[in-house]
Design a protein around this ligand. Structure first.
Ligand code: SF4
Length: 252
């Protein structure tokens, strides 16, 4: 009898725990769906107001990777994966004196190149990408960095983010929106997307941002993310978007 009573008690404790878990799940689900109005973040007036504020704060935002031509911008962008632009610029300052043209990278000594780009991290994979992309540019594109998304995506180590950087910054072609870690975080905080996959986020942004703003919008969000809306402790008191922002992790 005593054993039975005990197991009954156990069952009721289990049931209570299970109930609480279920409740927490429901609460979480409610919280998610309770984000202010499913379309609130992307109504055209709000989006236009965000763009105006970004223009006011960053009228001259641009890519912070130093480069003199589309090819060097492509290489710098490949090197910038998981690395700061400041570090990449330090490395490329010397690198581009030695490797001026795609041929130089394409037929470089891989061991030398690995050591030269080592400070940017992931240097073995980056060496493969840099050499592979350079070789394809020399052998398939006549030494010129291609000007279309489709062609750029055929280059080793090049995905949409890198291709958008090159097309937008080097050629002024608005092929899409650069979605890096800052654009990802800020798009979510500003409720311009409910997705967290970069490809889906880019599609969401392209649907609500006018195409003639795509290039500048990417630069401005990246600048804002670096200067004000940091991942940890965003400086909301200094943010000119504060009145438009209802991010749950706002600091004011
Ligand atoms: S108010 Fe804060 S969280 Fe919102 S965009 Fe500005 S800095 Fe980022």
């Amino acid at each position: 009898m005593a054993t039975k009573k005990k197991s009954g008690k156990k069952k009721s404790v289990k049931a209570a725990k299970g109930g609480k878990r279920a409740e927490r799940k429901v609460t979480r689900a409610k919280k998610t769906s309770a984000k202010p109005g499913s379309l609130a973040g992307t109504n055209p007036q709000r989006v236009a107001a965000i763009l105006t504020k970004l223009d006011e704060a960053y009228p001259h935002a641009t890519c912070e990777l130093k480069h003199e031509n589309a090819f060097h911008l492509l290489i710098s962008t490949i090197l910038s994966a998981q690395c700061t632009d400041v570090r990449v610029n330090q490395v490329t300052q010397e690198l581009y004196k030695k490797y001026t043209k795609p041929e130089a990278f394409a037929y470089a000594n891989p061991a030398d190149l690995e050591m030269e780009i080592r400070p940017t991290g992931f240097f073995r994979n980056k060496t493969k990408s840099v050499m592979g992309a350079s070789k394809a540019i020399v052998e398939q594109f006549g030494g010129q960095v291609p000007r279309t998304m489709e062609e750029l995506l055929t280059l080793p180590g090049v995905a949409r983010k890198t291709a958008n950087v090159v097309l937008g910054t080097a050629y002024g072609i608005a092929s899409g929106i650069v979605v890096d870690t800052h654009v990802l975080r800020l798009s979510e905080r500003l409720d311009l997307t409910r997705n967290d996959d970069p490809k889906k986020v880019e599609q969401d942004l392209m649907a609500v941002i006018p195409q003639n703003n795509w290039i500048q919008f990417s630069h401005q969000l990246i600048w804002h993310g670096r200067r004000v809306c940091a991942a940890r402790k965003p400086k909301c008191a200094e943010c000119n978007l504060e009145a438009l922002c209802y991010a749950p992790d706002k600091t004011v």
